[in-house]
Design a protein around this ligand. Sequence first.
Ligand SMILES: *Cc1c(COP(=O)(O)O)cnc(C)c1O
Length: 430
Amino acid sequence: MTETPSDKLLDYDKNHIWHPYSAIGADHPLWRVTSADGVKLKLADGTELIDGMSSWWCAIHGYNHPAMNEALQAQLYNMSHVMFGGLTHDPAIKLAKLLVDLTPKNIETVFFSDSGSVAVEVSMKMAIQYWHDKQQPGKQRFLTVRNGYHGDTFGAMSVCDPVTGMHSLFSETLTKQYFVEAPQCRYEDECTEQDIEPMKQSLERHHSNIAAVIIEPVVQGAGGMRFYSPDYLKRVRELCNEYGVLLILDEIATGFGRTGKMFACEHADIEPDIMCVGKALTGGYLTLAATMTTREISETISGGNPGLFMHGPTFMANPLACSAGVASLELLLDSDWRKTVKNIETRLADNLAACNELSCVEDVRVLGAIGVIELKEPVELSEIQPRFVEQGVWVRPFGKLVYLMPPFIISDDDLDFLTQALYRVLSDSC
Ligand SMILES: *Cc1c(COP(=O)(O)O)cnc(C)c1O
């Protein structure tokens, strides 16, 4: 059998397959990956790239991990899928128990779904059903901060940043939610009354319509890679209590050690009413997410009318995905992940500091295993991306942001290689 030449495959892709936020037929550079192992992606022409993205926060243990592979193989021969209506299985139960034990104390129940966006939809429906069953059916809207990102489905989109989320494009369909300015106090700063005032005013004015505040704790991801003060989050928690509004924390990007804590809400020492996890949940092996909540919210919904939570995906708690989740969490818990992430944080901070001197750089910031270089002008992706590949690294900037969130297993040498490559590319283009 003769193989289709590589350029033909790429041509087919360009003309028939959508990629994330892409256009059909566009002449964007595209690389064909044939395998991945550890922190390296291998391209069709044999080039190896050190992965700086963890496939968008997911692949915390790297690729082709023996323990992950073994767990999935074992589950594959048991059953890869079975419906979750009226049936259950050990991978779901084990994963739920791990999650309930790991998350803040008040979090006790788990709803599994297939992606982060769906987990966010589910969290919003939970909040609405809760207030409905508390005889407050007017509470159906959400309050959030600008620069947020919560996913691409309609509910999730309605609480994404209105500008980057292109709200005007969907204005007839998108639910109008309440927005306040993004937190201005940086991670290391304290939060002043002035910082929290917009949130406070909006709650004061609209709390009778608001089911929940939804926010990414401490790190705003795809909406700007901003790190804000845990103090701000603490104040949001207090205000939610004061005004009778639930707090939904979207930990889909931040969960499972990425920020240096198991969950980012631990930086502020607070408990959410509802929390969403996804991305690194399966170590990047399969798509799975979870929406978790308290006993009180679960019992209110279950004892209300219709007395059922109104959601149930076909692939709910897929056994293969759940077993990947169990294996990934066990790997994480068996490792000294705090030390690992701390080491990455220190090294990123040391190595990226030099970028501060480049004329095109606006800001350099590091938290946990996340390093961000904010430029003064947006990058031209189709120009800069091939230069990263030439340097042997996989880095995918967006807008003004060039950022790294490598797999936790990355060695010091590979991390140095990654940051040096990044510096070279940026200094060439400054
Ligand atoms: C990625 C992300 C989502 C959406 O998850 P998908 O699996 O892409 O649907 C939601 N919230 C946050 C904070 C994310 O980073």
